[in-house]
Design a protein around this ligand. Structure first.
Ligand SMILES: [Ca+2]
Ligand SMILES: [Ca+2]
Ligand SMILES: [Ca+2]
Length: 230
């Protein structure tokens, strides 16, 4: 083989290997990118499932708390000073209708699946130490859109609502400013909103909150079964 032909062959081989390297790098990048997206999606699914399990435990803990009061049943007050214990006035009413979950009172964890604080609101009629009866009604509402308009209601006259502020943690302790629909879950009124997650820039804004509420029917039936009511 002549020296010129050998050089030409070497150049061709060199050129092919660079193209091959670029293709391999591109494929590896695509695969890694896909794997990372799928890992992050799996992580989010796991956290959401963990949150739903925690919600079930929290509802059980609320019902158990009411059933184990010495006289007539009542729900715990929110924690308003961050120590995990309920805050109740000397007259037996709650210091505030909304605050942190009284996790010490309930014997449960203090954080949601993303490590953020859990918000808790309870109806005054269901949390006064004088106790509730089958005639007592809650005053909380959860809907698919803010302000609980009739077409969007998921639950009304509710005794208690718990909010997990989700991955973005907005509204949790140390969280940033709320955006759009999430604002309804931390403005301190009786209305709450729940819908599937939405991204920033959509009409609902960035929304990743998860909520659970105590059904009055479940609460009453469990109190009757426990011999606490009527
Ligand atoms: Ca407290
Ligand atoms: Ca959130
Ligand atoms: Ca609200």
């Amino acid at each position: 083989m002549s020296a010129a032909l050998l050089r030409s062959t070497c150049r061709r081989r060199h050129g092919f290997s660079l193209v091959e390297l670029a293709v391999v790098l591109a494929i590896t990048g695509l695969l890694l990118g896909g794997m990372l997206v799928s890992l992050s999606a799996q992580g989010e699914l796991r956290a959401t499932a963990a949150q739903q399990r925690q919600f079930s435990e929290l509802i059980e803990a609320l019902v158990g708390y009411a059933a184990s009061r010495p006289g007539k049943p009542y729900l715990p007050c929110p924690d308003t000073d961050g120590d995990g214990a309920e805050d109740r006035q000397s007259d037996g009413d709650c210091r505030a209708a909304e605050g942190g979950l009284p996790w010490r009172e309930l014997g449960v964890g203090r954080e949601d699946a993303w490590g953020n604080f859990l918000r808790y609101r309870v109806a005054p009629a269901m949390s006064a130490r004088s106790g509730f009866s089958l005639a007592s009604t809650g005053d909380l509402c959860v809907a698919r859109k803010p302000q609980c308009s009739a077409d969007d209601i998921l639950g009304s006259a509710l005794p208690a609502v718990i909010v997990a502020h989700g991955r973005n943690g907005r509204g949790g302790l140390g969280g940033g400013q709320p955006a759009d629909d999430e604002r309804e879950n931390l403005d301190g009124d009786k209305d709450f909103v729940m819908h599937p997650p939405t991204q920033a820039g959509t009409a609902a804004g960035e929304f990743d909150d998860l909520l659970v509420w105590l059904s009055p029917n479940i609460l009453f039936s469990r109190m009757i079964a426990a011999g606490k009511l009527p």
